[in-house]
Write a protein that binds this ligand. Structure first.
Ligand SMILES: Nc1nc2c(c(=O)[nH]1)N[C@H]1C(S)=C(S)[C@@H](COP(=O)(O)OP(=O)(O)OC[C@H]3O[C@@H](n4cnc5c(N)ncnc54)[C@H](O)[C@@H]3O)O[C@H]1N2
Ligand code: MOO
Length: 397
């Protein structure tokens, strides 16, 4: 146990080792949702470019208002049409989105106006600025409105369009190679023979990588031999920016990933004090980052969420963000402690307390599907009913 690296130390070491692995490209803004900005975006105009009306009504100068005064309507301003300066002592008919004429400093909504023949009166005294959206209310010229490393959301597409932007500089998608290992594994769709199981980590890792916005460029399966493992890695090294693998990282005679990594590159760390996921290995192969995740499906999931997600995110140019978490009280006790940080698959009950799924085996995946997130129990900690622990919803990864 003494050789295990502490969870936070491993996380920091992997974070420190990582850097952007992809080039930049310019693409149309309309095709950029989900892509990662490579440069800051600075507003080149004010939005809105001019003060405009927030209501359909009448624009006037507050100083001109008097109780009972009937105003002539000196112009009609529709959105999209430039106004004339307001004739002193009059008001302008104005519509939502139309520019405020020079000389007006308030808009009275039409529901609060009384039409008197050709004229209009306003009972309530107006206040300066009422119903006027000032120039630059949303964005000011020179303001940084999006930063390199942000993932472009539909809101960004709208925001940048409102600046008149048509193209953005983004990072090319990170090409991720996935290697699964194990003689016992066959692809879903084939017929199971004695001793075989279906390869579930390959499809799960592909889905996790795709969901995070990266590109799965190759998914290869290798038998449990050093040669097969090495051949597969050589293929992935030719076409991928980063490689993830599953299985073959423990100490058994059939576990060849780590020894092949030592032959082809440099192993930075192996074995972390976490449960599940202990035999995680981090290496560099010919300049390409490599993360070897343990083969047990829940170990694969946990190590992907905590380590691979972070590494892929930095390598793809994204800002590294910690997963969202909040403190939740446990709805159960556990006096047994372990010397590893533990990530229990839990659900939040109607009472707001966290309940551990009864099946916490690292070989079982249904528990993760039936849970809402992880309860992080630090090493050597008992779990006490009503005490709070960090809860990380799966949706935050
Ligand atoms: N003597 C020891 N044995 C083990 C230790 C240890 O410290 N000493 N650690 C255990 C822990 S903890 C873990 S986690 C596993 C990790 O082992 P590997 O990463 O080498 O994974 P494999 O042995 O290849 O497989 C483990 C398990 O997972 C299944 N598996 C593998 N790949 C897939 C896949 N793509 N889809 C579905 N299931 C997969 C595999 O059949 C095994 O059952 O080692 C422990 N042993
Ligand atoms: O570290 Mo392993 O993932 O517990 O079975």
């Amino acid at each position: 146990m003494s050789t295990l690296l502490a969870f936070e130390e491993a996380l920091e070491a992997i974070k420190q080792s990582a850097s952007v692995r992809v080039e930049q490209q310019i693409i149309p803004l309309t095709s950029s949702v989900g892509r990662i900005l490579a440069t800051d975006v600075v507003a080149s105009i004010c939005v809105p470019p001019n003060a405009n009306s927030a209501m359909d009504g009448y624009a006037l100068a507050t100083n001109d208002w008097q109780a009972g005064k009937q105003f002539s309507i000196s112009q009609r301003i529709a959105a999209g049409h430039a106004p004339q300066p307001l004739m002193p002592g009059t008001c302008a008919r104005i519509f939502t989105g139309a520019n405020i004429p020079a000389g007006a400093d308030t808009v009275i909504m039409q529901e609060n106006a009384q039409i008197v023949g050709e004229k209009v009166a306003f009972n309530e005294p107006p206040r300066q600025g009422d119903n006027i959206r000032p120039k630059g209310q949303d964005m000011q010229t020179g303001q940084t409105v999006a930063q390199a490393g942000e993932t472009l959301s539909p809101m960004h597409i709208g925001l940048l369009s409102s600046l008149g932007i048509t193209d953005v500089t983004v990072y090319k998608p990170l090409r991720v190679g996935i290697l699964t290992t194990g003689d016992e594994l066959i692809a879903p769709g084939e017929t199971l023979q004695a001793g075989q199981i279906y390869n579930s980590n390959g499809p799960m890792l592909s889905a996790l990588v795709t969901q995070a916005g990266h590109l799965v460029s190759h998914c290869i399966h290798a038998a449990d031999t050093p040669k097969d493992t090495e051949d597969a890695l050589q293929i992935l090294l030719e076409s991928c920016d980063i490689i993830l693998s599953s299985g073959g990282v423990s100490v058994g005679e059939e576990d060849h990933v780590k020894s092949v990594l030592e032959k082809l590159g440099t192993v930075h760390l192996w074995k972390i004090a976490i449960k599940p996921g202990k035999p995680l290995v981090h290496a560099t192969l010919k300049g390409t980052p490599f993360l070897g995740l343990p083969g047990n499906p829940s170990s694969t999931l946990v190590t992907y969420h905590w380590f691979a997600r972070l590494l892929l995110s930095i390598c793809s140019g994204q800002k590294a963000q910690s997963p969202q978490s909040y403190l939740i009280d446990a709805g159960f006790n556990r006096s047994k402690t372990i010397t590893r940080d533990e990530f229990l698959r839990v659900s939040i009950g109607q009472d707001g307390l966290a309940y551990a799924h009864p099946q916490q085996s690292s070989g079982a995946l249904l528990a993760a599907c039936q849970s809402q997130g992880y309860l992080h129990i630090k090493a050597n900690t008992q779990i006490e009913y009503g005490h709070s622990y960090s809860f990380y919803p799966f949706s935050g990864f």
